[in-house]
Design a protein around this ligand. Sequence first.
Ligand SMILES: Cc1cc2nc3c(=O)[nH]c(=O)nc-3n(C[C@H](O)[C@H](O)[C@H](O)COP(=O)(O)OP(=O)(O)OC[C@H]3O[C@@H](n4cnc5c(N)ncnc54)[C@H](O)[C@@H]3O)c2cc1C
Length: 442
Amino acid sequence: MTASIFAPDYTETVYWNEVARRGPAGWEGAFPSQADVVVVGTGLTGASAAHTLAATGRNVVAIDQGEIGGGASSRNAGMLGKGSRQSYLLLAKAAGREAAARYFSELDRIYDEAVDRIVGEGFDCDFRTTGRFIGALRPDHLDRLIREYEARALHLGEKVKLVRGAPDGIVGSQQYFGGVFLEDSASVNPAGYTAAMVDRAMRAGARFIPRAAALGVGRDGNGHVVRTPRGSIRCRNVVVATNGYGGMEFPYARARLVPINAYMIATGELPPEVIESVSPARSTNVDSTRANRYYQVSPDGRRLVFGSRTGRRPPGPLKAVARRIHEDMTYLFPQLADAKVSRAWTGRCAASIDFSPHLAEHDGIHYAVGYSFTGLALAPYLGRLAGEWIKTGRRPETAFATGEFPTLPAIAQLFRPLTSPVATRYYAWVDRPARRAADPVS
Ligand SMILES: Cc1cc2nc3c(=O)[nH]c(=O)nc-3n(C[C@H](O)[C@H](O)[C@H](O)COP(=O)(O)OP(=O)(O)OC[C@H]3O[C@@H](n4cnc5c(N)ncnc54)[C@H](O)[C@@H]3O)c2cc1C
């Protein structure tokens, strides 16, 4: 009989919540019927928008259909970087080197803003500057990565180490053909980070209300009425910060976003020598495929937190997905064959068709959405800019509010539940790892 891969304490709960400071309690007074601004969604985007507006004296109510900050913001992989799905080389080719440099310098500022806030305001979220390794699972991926990051180092001054061959001293896997190591990258406990963002918005005066889903928004003179099962709120402005969790209630966002499921596990505690053999640099790590594997050692240094199978439809119960993630983990690290899965959870992000986040205004409602798994720095930034837009009445100067937010092709809208799984399967096939070492996955 083969031994179970599940630890005796296995639960389907978010590991980060167990080791984060508890988030602040929500508003316990009467359900408000009036506000200056209603923010829908209380993750990093919503908390940041709420803070920006409350700090200038606006009466802000932030509502969530679930628990406060309980969406992707507290369920993610905790890798804080200068994230973007855009390639510098492709952008420079399409828009010119100057425009590409402007775009990437905004990403630099976004990362710095996040780090300054976390460090400067003393967020209790296990912040560590870790660096990030992007490992190539195919020789053509390595060529592409090296070309891209050589250009970034040369033209943008990014601090990058190019790795040709096994990434010894960074990651203990024989499956990589090489990769790149990015110095400006960090790790946080996302649940602690989100709780701290909500906390500061509450201290600025915003009211956060859990379990109050927006069912829809109607016009009310110059303002809006947000309908919830607990009552309606009349307000001047609405910020939609629902990202992967939004539904039919916001048709403008729905027509432009593909929701994408993602899955993560945390192992049980591992011996220090096993941790050392897997992640000697204690960096955050992703691979070069589009629906990639991503992982890091937990802040206490005892577990591996690992995600993969992004975009798949849940193949039955979460335990079945956890089994697949374990296979993906041992594919990279055969030394983890005996490691048990102790926690498994799922979360949802959203991507636009151009793989760019968007800040938009439509019918008097502001939207900040579409982070494609790069929201840890970008979501608070776009949330802040949504707040600034409402405060000043002027569209902010940013690459993410160009006025163009493309709708999904009709076929993707029609077959919405299949869009992400079909695309992911396609990418998984195109990006299938080449064999480098003995391949344990048949
Ligand atoms: C597994 C996973 C791993 C990830 N890893 C990383 C990473 O390592 N680095 C990185 O930068 N990004 C990562 N991301 C992406 C990142 O987590 C998101 O981009 C970011 O959290 C988005 O924040 P948000 O506030 O916009 O959305 P969310 O945090 O998802 O919040 C949206 C909220 O809206 C609420 N909501 C939805 N509809 C309604 C409604 N009608 N009424 C009221 N409330 C509503 C939801 O309940 C939810 O709480 C990951 C995402 C996932 C799922």
